[in-house]
Design a protein around this ligand. Structure first.
Ligand code: 13P
Ligand code: SF4
Length: 358
């Protein structure tokens, strides 16, 4: 079956430059940083709060989540952990859809984020005002959306998935004879289509970070380093995926780094993941896959500008003032919960839902 791209024009997403975002954050001395970490630890305890971080945020936030009984993971496992943890407040260090997913699953909990400005180009490329009529125009399709979407888009979906289970869920639906309307990532959609052969209509969104990985430069780097294995997140273009030794979600790529015998890896995903990759395989070496442009001319330089907005200082302020609380309108939340809960239920039916799948 071929994948078709047959969609209304989507908004042009204007992303901030990662280097500018990082330059705008205050530089802290070691003493200031230590004081901030101590303050956050105290606030987490006082407020019955737990810190849940994505692999792409600042390594210091990831370390703090680990040290305080919180969690660092991919978007599926962040949702699961927050759902199962008894804390009254969830502090989600990541991007807005991750905070919204936490709220959709946990309406009784307070969900805070270090900043509400942390968007995602996939989410922004798929506004509900355009997506809903598109779905309505294709009533014979099962609507499967990536977790990187707004609560409103999830509310119109039949299923939500993350990259760790997307192939398996679509294949499961294909076996039931379903036609799929997939949104918003065109590269992930094309990848799922190439693996499953499902009949798919694909929304043409993309991730500003992964879309910038370059196959030609990657092939050249591979030649220079013949012993290196290539790890690729499936939000990358097909030509980059074609060069991969392992394709998978962030957790699956970390597992592949541990499992594969290679000593060196070229990694086509956000460089924030290197903190956990290095921890998982300390004797191995990780190199960034090449992106479009270099230095000031690259937009994201393999690091998401919105993930970069998460800082220790903002975690502290959110906890101290209750700022940046996530609210989802109840009617939307209830509808979005249906497809989001199906994601968790489907993940439960898989033998190895997250790990070792790459
Ligand atoms: P994961 O689901 O693999 O964590 O990916 C989320 C994401 O935003 C990747 O860019
Ligand atoms: Fe969205 Fe890409 Fe950033 Fe992930 S890395 S949050 S997909 S913009």
């Amino acid at each position: 079956m071929t994948a078709r791209i047959d969609i209304p024009a989507i908004p042009v997403v204007k992303a901030p430059q990662t280097a500018e975002v990082l330059a705008s954050l205050p530089v802290l001395s070691d003493a200031e940083r230590a004081a901030l970490v101590a303050r956050i630890k105290r606030l987490l305890e006082e407020q019955d709060a737990v810190l849940i971080a994505h692999y792409y945020v600042d390594a210091e936030i990831q370390r703090l989540a680990e040290e305080t009984g919180g969690y660092v993971s991919d978007s599926l496992d962040m949702a699961r952990f927050g759902h199962e943890h008894p804390a009254r407040t969830l502090v989600i260090a990541g991007v807005r859809f991750m905070g919204e997913t936490a709220k959709i699953l946990n309406p009784e909990k307070r969900v805070l984020m270090p900043t509400l400005e942390a968007e995602c180009s996939l989410d922004l490329s798929c506004p509900a005002a355009e997506f809903v009529p598109f779905c309505d125009a294709h009533p014979d399709h099962t609507v499967v959306v990536y977790s990187n979407t707004s609560a409103e888009v999830k509310a119109r979906a039949d299923y939500v998935v993350t990259s760790s289970i997307a192939v398996k869920l679509v294949d499961h639906l294909r076996k039931q004879g379903k036609k799929i309307l997939w949104a918003p990532d065109k590269h992930l959609g094309a990848y799922i289509n190439s693996v499953t052969g499902a009949d798919m209509l694909i929304w043409p969104g993309s991730c500003v970070v992964h879309d910038a990985f370059k196959a030609d430069a990657l092939a050249a780097l591979k030649k220079e380093r013949p012993g290196a294995a290539v790890l690729v997140h499936p939000e990358s273009p097909a030509a980059v995926i074609a060069l991969a030794d392992a394709v998978g979600s962030t957790t699956q790529l970390i597992e592949a780094a541990k499992r594969l015998p290679n000593k060196e890896f070229i990694v086509a995903t956000d460089s924030g993941i290197f903190y956990k990759m290095q921890q998982a395989a300390p004797e191995k070496t990780f190199l960034e896959a090449p992106t479009a442009g270099k230095g000031p001319s690259c937009m994201a330089c393999a690091h998401c500008p919105w993930m970069a907005m998460n800082s220790l200082a903002r975690v502290a302020v959110a906890l101290e003032t209750g700022a940046n609380e996530i609210h989802v309108e109840e009617e939307i939340r209830r509808k979005a919960l249906r497809a989001t809960q199906r994601m968790l239920d489907f993940a439960k039916t898989l033998k190895a839902p997250v790990l070792g799948d790459a």
